[in-house]
Design a binder for this molecule. Sequence first.
Ligand code: 5GP
Length: 194
Amino acid sequence: MKLLKEKIKQDGVVLSDSILKVDSFLNHQIDPVLMKEIGDEFVKRFQNEKITKILTIESSGISPAVMAGLNLGVNVIFARKRKSLTLVDELYTASVHSFTKNVTNEIAVSKRFINENDHVLVIDDFLANGQAALGLLDIVEQAGASVAGIGIVIEKAFQDGGKLLRNKGIRVESLAEIEKLDNGQVIFKEEVMA
Ligand code: 5GP
């Protein structure tokens, strides 16, 4: 997605050879015009799927997920990182190891919001080692729902998540695929292939 890649080149900050900071438009301050374009692009790519729900994880997956949900006219659920102590029986839960924070979080979704009739599009901001996406897929499976695919805003293709998920036969659509973070520069996949 051209607009997104331009924004990453312009405003992204390469913190190390594995971490990209995009807090000026996605992870802290949010650019709603760009988020709308991102949501529309996800809907275009999954237009042949009869999606009934979108599932993401708090907090940075919420804005692109909501824009896709607005376009599709379906509800958006975000998995919470702290489960409510009183309602454990009513929750689907999964463990997710965070690549950036190096902690394991229990994520939770209320059983009221996904069921076996749902066809779910999973959306997240970044794909690194795939742990967040696997946790979300685990929850979809516990609910007996089906997966339409995974929409990712920024995939770091040099990490294993994309391969792991695609090898499971899951369709992963990433709007910007980073081949490497090199000397403070973001290099996209097609720049290396060209
Ligand atoms: P994974 O679960 O695929 O290993 O990592 C994805 C999650 O970690 C995303 O939800 C995202 O919040 C965070 N993440 C992973 N890599 C980066 C990165 O380079 N920059 C930012 N801002 N977040 C990242």
